[in-house]
Ligand binder design. Structure first.
Ligand code: IPD
Ligand code: CA
Ligand code: CA
Length: 271
């Protein structure tokens, strides 16, 4: 019963992510402008973020009217079925605004508070990543069928390629830059891709050894966190905790632990 339910949730999340991805890719106006700002003047929303969230919530609530929703652009419904959808309709909005390709649609389904399904569609890569709890992580793309995802065997930390992100709030991003400056000498290098969901999937794909960021919301990491874990990565927040707004860390076993330890020592979670 649970397996059948999870399969249904996965199929619905894949359909919603595919349709929203097509809308964003094919419907991006040439003169795309900022519709409003949120936490700071650089935290922008476009008409396309809003349209994509509406497409996703309309599709899912039409099929499953009793489910709850948490969406970045305002979807907030309690629900009565025990299933809640956690949605970032466009992760990487600044990249999208500028015409850079690293953006994604991120959709997770939680059952009684646990993420059971995650789908991240990256249309400009032609790839979609997905996982069902306990069922491994997978990618679909231009190739035939599904490809199993596995995180990279851990290199020594000084050869690890680690991605991060910077918050939209000036004081937070300035503190984050200080942490990155302390990490740079002990890592291979740092990347800043611009989409937390894709960063987590890149850990799952073995394209990054690790990832960390402070200040994320559940919609940024819910789907990517499950995909990374199902690909064999470890994820968490501060030591012993789950990923949270305070800190999100992911990495291959062997990279995750020392990275999380350094982030704790450096005080990456606070000002
Ligand atoms: C942002 C991206 C970015 C991360 C920010 C997020 P948005 O999401 O994931 O990589 O650094 O913290 O807020 O605003 O593009 O949906
Ligand atoms: Ca986001
Ligand atoms: Ca977003």
């Amino acid at each position: 019963m649970t397996d059948a339910l999870h399969r249904d949730l996965l199929a619905l999340a894949q359909e919603a992510a595919r349709r929203a991805g097509e809308l964003l890719r094919d419907g991006r106006p040439a003169d795309l402008a900022v519709a409003k700002t949120k936490s700071s003047p650089i935290d922008v929303v476009t008409e396309m973020d809003i349209a994509a969230e509406k497409l996703i919530t309309d599709l899912i609530s039409g099929r499953r009217p009793d489910d709850g929703f948490l969406g970045e652009e305002g979807a907030s419904v309690e629900g009565t079925s025990g299933i809640r959808w956690v949605i970032d309709p466009l992760d990487g909005t600044v990249n999208y605004l500028y015409g850079l390709p690293t953006w994604a649609v991120s959709i997770a389904a939680e059952q009684d508070g646990e993420t059971v399904v995650g789908v991240v569609a990256a249309p400009m890569r032609g790839e979609t990543y997905h996982a069902v709890r306990g069922g491994g992580a997978w990618a679909t793309g231009a190739w035939e069928g599904e490809r199993a995802l596995a995180c990279r065997p851990a290199p020594p930390l000084d050869q690890a390629l680690v991605s991060t992100g910077f918050n939209y709030v000036t004081e937070v991003r300035t503190h984050q830059a200080g942490i990155a400056a302390r990490l740079i000498p002990v890592l291979r290098d740092i990347r800043r891709g611009g989409s937390a969901a894709i960063d987590l999937c890149d850990v799952a794909c073995g394209r990054l050894d690790g990832y960390y960021e402070r200040g994320l919301n559940a919609w940024d990491y819910a789907a990517g966190d499950l995909i990374a874990r199902e690909a064999g990565a470890l994820t968490g927040g501060r030591p012993g905790e789950r990923p949270s707004r305070e800190l999100t860390v992911a990495g291959a076993p062997g990279v995750f632990e020392p990275l999380q330890g350094l982030l704790e020592d450096f005080g990456a979670w606070h000002d």
